[in-house]
Design a protein. Structure first.
Length: 139
């Protein structure tokens, strides 16, 4: 069995952003040489997410509205976490809803997706450099 590990780095230009990372994961899979196995991809920061969904602009806008309704960024004083001088309590909550990681089956050297599935990095407290771990195990 082989194992592959790589860190991908992102620096979102906005506080909240959704970045399609499927092409980067495809490159990682190709680099790994693994044809059959499992690909794990997880955000290494507690205010970011990795998730699978459709790459459709309207849906991304819906995510933004829905998440902002669930955990509004402002007013900052609504959250106890922000009493520490932070202003990102909403980002922690948004990450909890959207999830930390994805696990994808690898079959024939490709990610085994259903129709329209793509992998996204979700940033909820951006404008700084953050990393994503890619771990692929298999043969």
């Amino acid at each position: 069995m082989k194992s592959y590990r790589k860190e991908l780095w992102f620096n979102a230009g906005k506080r909240r952003e959704y970045i399609n990372i499927t092409p980067e994961l495809e490159r990682c899979l190709e680099e790994s040489g693994i044809l059959e196995g499992i690909l794990l991809c997880n955000a290494m920061h507690i205010t970011a997410s990795v998730f699978i969904n459709d790459d459709e602009r309207g849906l991304h806008s819906d995510f933004e509205k829905w998440l902002e309704h669930l955990a509004p960024e402002k007013p900052y004083d609504r959250y106890r976490h922000n009493d520490t001088g932070e202003d990102n309590a909403d980002a922690h909550l948004k990450r909890s809803v959207m999830g930390r990681e994805v696990v994808i089956a690898v079959t024939g050297g490709k990610m085994d997706f259903g129709p329209w599935e793509q992998v996204f990095y979700g940033e909820f407290d951006g404008k700084r450099r953050k990393r994503v771990l890619v771990k692929i195990i298999g043969e």
